[in-house]
Design a protein around this ligand. Sequence first.
Ligand code: FAD
Length: 285
Amino acid sequence: MTASRDPHFSFELFPPRTPPGWAKLPALINELARVKPSFFSVTYGAGGSDQNGTYDTLIKVVEQTGIEAAPHLTCVGSTRANIAALLQQYRDAGVKRIVALRGDLPATAMSSAARGEFRFANELIEFIRDAHGDAFALEVAAYPEIHPQATSPEADFDAFVRKVQAGADGAVTQYFYNADAYFDFAERCDRAGLKVPIVPGIMPIVNTQQLLRFSAACGAEVPRWVRLRLEAFGDDKRAVQDFGLEVVTRLCDTLLKNGAPGVHFYTLNQAEPTLKLWRNLGLPG
Ligand code: FAD
């Protein structure tokens, strides 16, 4: 598996949570692979998935398609020994890229032992670079609309700078629907002299309640006019999806025409919403 040089149109999958989800995975991967994304990434921990699910999904992508697959690796609750073992497993499997994250803290307070040996993602990046040099390309998370637990916008930006200084090669953003938030963030990166690509993470709109729930949890703002229009469609899924496609196509178009280095699609393990966006944007494949 070789790391692509221009990793800019990527698809995110999560490890299926049910046997029917696993049964559908090969067809989902094939459908998405047809347009030849730069790479796939596979989440870890989100929704209770375990590292075996991430590993198994990643191996399926690579074996079925030959396209690069990058595991997400979260460090919250982990020891250095756990992370070292996982990194070795990934290196042995030929992985060349990792999305390195802290991970979400549980809603209830955690003891420092339960929190693990890494406090923030920059410590994970340092650990990976110390142990493996440049063997992995490292992507980190960026938050144009500010991470929900940040003590201030400045502190959040400083935390991002620390991840880049620790050795990140690129960043993928939390999803957003305000293009200006992305451009403001990219401009701050420029002013701070950061040279890494900041790839916008894009969430297709397929289900109003799911979108509002995710957005409340991760701090993404759904603009009032978008929310009100989605809510007005009620149970009319077709209308929600058509409107969502229009809004998100326009967002991607604005981003790409104004300098964004690509798009990372949060596919939600559904091929059609992402592929419709892909076709609307006139991307090859
Ligand atoms: P960090 O960069 O460590 O930041 C976390 C918070 O701590 C921020 O508020 C930051 O401002 C603050 N902070 C950082 N350093 C310091 C410091 N020194 N002192 C005080 N405050 C500090 N979650 C999963 O569980 N699994 C996944 O697979 C997954 N994939 C993701 C992919 C992408 C592209 C994105 C954007 C998010 C993903 N997440 C995933 C969610 C992510 O784990 C959460 O947003 C998490 O809360 C923060 O992770 P981080 O790596 O950004 O943390």
